[in-house]
Design a protein around this ligand. Structure first.
Ligand SMILES: [Zn+2]
Length: 391
């Protein structure tokens, strides 16, 4: 090697030595501990990041074999086993860890938390539940254990226990927790409505609104109870409030509102209201309901004219399908014209079936139906109606 560039590097290395000396003690400790970690650990980490779980497991196993104090690495290995569905291996590993970590409370709690998740994934929910409760008692991993317990109670539809977890162990002042608790009360109300116990249901819905005053589900359900009790005017007002506060819920309540008007024999009022919803919110569902009314009261030609006018301003596939249906009923069409319109109508129906009208704000899950509880990420109140030509 040439020596001339060593002469240049010497002062540089002296400077870098000085710079290194300026680092805090903390950074030094961190550096030393990073150095201590075996290369297999980093290899394992790299495989994990690349989602190569087979290779990650091999690398982590070699770290475990070479290091006696590797509880953290064993925890990662067990976690990987569980994610791959190798529950028995994960459970064995975590049970062993429970015995060797007895002197370290926080590591012991981590092993307990992992074991509980093994049982949960295996569907042995009562054991998982007991371990999470044990963790909460111990004061370690409390929040994580509470979240898992809520998942178990949601799965079992045990809303009372879910509420008591929030009341007893969680600070219910954060928005996601308040929203969640509010929906648990709505679920209880739903069960009471199904039983015909409307007073009990109303009490649950009051609690739901106390937890989250912006929970439209509670308002919609209260409307359903009022309607079932024959109080159609009150029910209608509640549902209209929902639309005024958030027009994304038009699709969910407009049919209820129409039924309330009909129960009050106020067909004219209904038509006026539907017209205003079409104007203000461009709702395809309101357009379809009003078209049906015009069809019954004024016949095909009038309905066709009205619908064509609305569709020019607010094009929507369900509206177009309805228009084709009305045109197909017209006597003046030739057989060929009818065949063409039928083909177009079937095509549009296929487009409707292949597109989604709802999406989850949290995970992006898309579907054709509305849910209060996302079937994918299990978030509450995260599904929202898409404003598209699908109406
Ligand atoms: Zn989701």
């Amino acid at each position: 090697m040439d020596t001339w560039w060593l002469i240049i590097l010497l002062p540089l290395s002296a400077l870098s030595g000085w710079l290194v000396a300026q680092y805090s003690h903390r950074e030094k400790v961190a550096k030393t501990s990073v150095k201590k970690l075996p290369s297999a650990y980093f290899r394992g980490l790299n495989y994990l990041l690349n989602e190569q779980s087979d290779d990650a497991i091999d690398a982590l196993k070699s770290v475990v074999a070479n290091q006696s104090d590797s509880a953290e690495v064993q925890l990662s290995l067990g976690n990987l086993y569980r994610r791959r569905g190798e529950i028995e291996k994960a459970t064995q590993l975590h049970e062993n860890l429970l015995t060797v970590t007895k002197s370290d409370e926080s590591l012991h709690a981590l092993a307990l938390y992992e074991l509980a998740q093994d049982y949960q994934k295996a569907g042995v929910l009562d054991r998982a539940e007991n371990l999470y409760l044990e963790l909460i008692d111990s004061g370690f991993q409390t929040n994580a254990a509470c979240m898992q317990l809520l998942q178990i109670y949601e799965q079992e539809k045990d809303w009372n226990h879910a509420i008591s977890v929030i009341d007893n162990y969680m600070a219910d002042n954060t928005e996601p927790t308040r929203v969640r608790k509010s929906h648990y009360f709505c679920e209880l109300a739903e069960l009471s409505i199904a039983d015909g116990s409307f007073n009990e249901a109303k009490k649950f819905l009051q609690q739901a609104s106390l937890s989250d005053s912006t929970n439209f589900r509670a308002i919609i359900q209260t409307g359903r109870i009022e309607a079932a009790l024959g109080h159609h005017k009150q029910a209608m007002n509640l549902w209209k409030q929902v639309i005024e506060k958030d027009s994304l819920y038009v699709r969910e309540v407009i049919e209820h509102i129409a039924n309330a008007y009909r129960a009050l024999n106020d067909e004219k009022g209904l038509n006026r209201y539907l017209s205003s919803v079409i104007d203000q919110h461009k709702s395809a569902k309101a357009m379809l309901l009003l078209t049906e009314n015009i069809l019954k009261s004024a016949g095909n030609q009038k309905a066709e004219e009205k619908l064509e006018g609305w569709l020019r301003n607010n094009p929507s596939i369900p509206g177009l399908i309805k228009l084709l249906e009305i045109k197909l009923n017209s006597q003046s069409l030739s057989t060929k014209q009818k065949r063409d319109l039928n083909l177009l109508s079937r095509l549009l129906e296929n487009v409707m079936r292949s597109r989604f009208a709802y999406q989850c704000r949290q995970c992006g899950f898309s579907g054709r139906h509305f849910y209060w509880h996302c079937p994918s990420c299990r978030s509450w109140n995260s599904i929202t109606a898409q404003r598209t030509v699908l109406g």
